[in-house]
Design a protein around this ligand. Sequence first.
Ligand code: NAP
Ligand code: ZN
Length: 380
Amino acid sequence: MSGKYEYFMPTRLFFGGSVREFAAEFAGDRSYQKRTPSQSAGFGRKALIVTGKSSAKNGALDDAAYCLSQNGLEYAVFDRTEENPSLENADEAAKAGLDAGCDCVVAIGGGSPMDLGKAAAVLLANPDKKAKDLIQPGEYAHVPLYAVPTTAGTGSETTPYSILTLHEKQTKSSIGANVFFGKAFLCARYTDNLPEAVTLSAAVDVLAHLCEGYLSSKASPFSDMLAEGGFASFAECVPALKARAFDAPFREKMLRLSSLAGVVIAQARTSLPHAMGYAMTYFKHMPHGFGTGILLGEYLKFHPDREKVGRFLRLAGFASADGVKELVLSFTERPPSLTPAEIEDFSRKLYENKAKLAIHPGLVELEDIREMYRRSTVTI
Ligand code: NAP
Ligand code: ZN
């Protein structure tokens, strides 16, 4: 870590019981947003609400629609968000928005609708482009966009990443533009009815973000302070996670923690477990959090900065890296199994991704990746 670093996370965060409490925030937009010259200073005239079939059913959609109506905005709902949304899904959402004449976006849901909302916001401002064009790194304008998270895991509301599935390459990748939400409304009540499996997988994602951001080559003293605070809060949540006792204080803390972990990775990025986990999601159909989290224990053993790994384990309340592994496995029905051919294929694909390998502060050999896959899964 050099002495020179920067930090940027411009999303305004609102914490409360319901989005309705913040209805006035939908009138004008005083937040950081990239705008095309034709856009007005207000949030917009017609919003594209990007959501999913379940994530729309917790009151968040009704509350956001109320806020838009109160400010004279019309809206159109796109609720066909895929889990791990694809480039094609982003084009579909953008087309729905363009056809309906939308000039701003409200994403309501977990990481999938939030990431899709970011891509749709870029495509609405660049109607000549398709989602696959956005994979190329570049500066892209986007229409104003707000978020209402309904899972507590990805922290997409505080990161600039929009992770999309690339079927052509059989993997996932962030689009090449940095897209931050202008505002995010954090109301834990929308996470109250999250199914147990989604709650647990999302919590594992929070742990992975805090840990990978802390151990990344892009970590800074600033992001480390945030991460270290996050480890202690995560430790406080572990008894509730183990007991599956998801009461209101737990939901509130986990949502705050999810956003904080997003703030950590907004610059520090995620590292090898996330990159390796994409294959577990794409080919083994594991939810994002579990697919990543099962690799975390072995990554902790592999990481060269033993002092930092030790501090993470101590602060997060784990006796060892195996303790992290055991906790994650206790949340999943069974450890995932991989064939030797799958391990080879997944490992080689990641090994070719030199930009991702550079997030790890040390040399990574192909055999290291193979070994982490082998030790984290059951070989069949
Ligand atoms: P998700 O895919 O958004 O949602 C998982 C499931 O939970 C879906 O079936 C969803 O329904 C349902 N759901 C969401 N909210 C609910 C609620 N309140 N009540 C009941 N069901 C609800 O899962 P996620 O873990 O939050 O997001 C994963 C995605 O985020 C992945 O694509 C991952 O790559 C991405 N990600 C992004 C970042 C980033 O920085 N941008 C970071 C980490 C992960 P619906 O189908 O109706 O939505
Ligand atoms: Zn993640």
